[in-house]
Design a protein around this ligand. Structure first.
Ligand SMILES: N[C@@H](CCC(=O)N[C@@H](CS)C(=O)NCC(=O)O)C(=O)O
Length: 261
């Protein structure tokens, strides 16, 4: 078995991790993934050598105990070495094979996979300028992804303000995607790139909104993604076509069944 170029620690399943795994499958690059269900990650020591903690290790005076910041509640156990390599203390957390270099932010982990091979078969473009164009989409996707994260974490008790902000971010992001697809088959050209991978994973994650309607119904608010297939036809046709591809389907297939049915 090929030696892994990266180790990723995360809660699983996680579309942010799938970004790197889809690219790794395209490129034949080995990536090691360690993790557990979201609710179990509080029982883990967050570290390059992440492991499940024994019950007696989970004490308030543990040197690893830290207050969770976003997406988790209560205490998480993170080593100093973890915080040195992962300054924001978030997952997915990726590491170079020897554990000395930490890579954070799922889009950067995705880029690290593409850079781990001599021939990225155009996934990260064929020139520095093309790579920069792909970066532009990755940045736009992160801005959308951050808004989506705040919204989905708050959707159970959604306010009008949160809804309005998300609706504007959704529209802004997808208008750009619609425009990009006006004259070309993929976001950054005529072939699949990292831009398409991040787009498919982040938009699929956002569309979990459709499984989380209770708070919206209680507040009398519509889905932000209501009727989105008609409002952004190119973007959604592109999303559906990407998910049909075997490397995407093996991660996103089941996860997206609820909106593709
Ligand atoms: N934009 C980041 C999001 C990462 C993130 O915010 N992760 C949260 C969980 S959703 C986390 O690790 N929180 C750790 C904490 O609460 O301490 C990415 O794409 O990697």
């Amino acid at each position: 078995m090929a030696k892994s170029v990266l180790r990723i620690f995360s809660y699983l399943p996680n579309p942010r991790v799938w970004k790197a795994l889809i690219a790794a499958d395209y490129l034949g690059v080995a990536v090691e993934v360690i993790g557990d269900k979201p609710k179990n990650l509080g029982n883990w020591l967050w570290d390059f050598d992440a492991r499940e903690l024994q019950a007696e290790e989970k004490t308030d005076d543990s040197p690893y105990a830290r207050v969770s910041r976003r997406g988790f509640s209560g205490t998480l156990y993170k080593t100093d070495a973890f915080m040195r390599t992962q300054p924001y203390g978030t997952v997915p957390a990726a590491f170079s094979a020897d554990g000395t270099i930490g890579i954070f932010e799922s889009n950067s982990i995705l880029r690290a996979v593409a850079r781990a091979t001599d021939d990225c078969i155009g996934l990260y473009g064929h020139s520095p300028m093309q790579a920069s164009r792909i970066d532009s989409f990755l940045d736009a996707t992160l801005v959308f992804g951050r808004e989506a994260q705040v919204y989905l974490l708050g959707v159970e008790a959604v306010t009008q303000e949160l809804h309005t902000r998300m609706a504007a971010a959704f529209e802004f992001f997808l208008e750009g995607i619609e425009r990009a697809l006006e004259h070309q088959a993929y976001l950054a050209g005529e072939h699949v790139t990292l831009a398409d991978i991040a787009f498919a994973c982040d938009l699929s994650q956002f569309l979990r909104e459709r499984l989380m309607r209770a708070g919206l119904d209680a507040a009398g608010l519509p889905l932000v993604s209501d009727n989105a297939e008609q409002r952004f036809p190119r973007a959604f046709a592109h999303l559906f076509a990407l998910i049909e591809k075997p490397h995407f389907a093996s991660y996103l297939g089941k996860y997206t069944e609820h909106f593709r049915a």
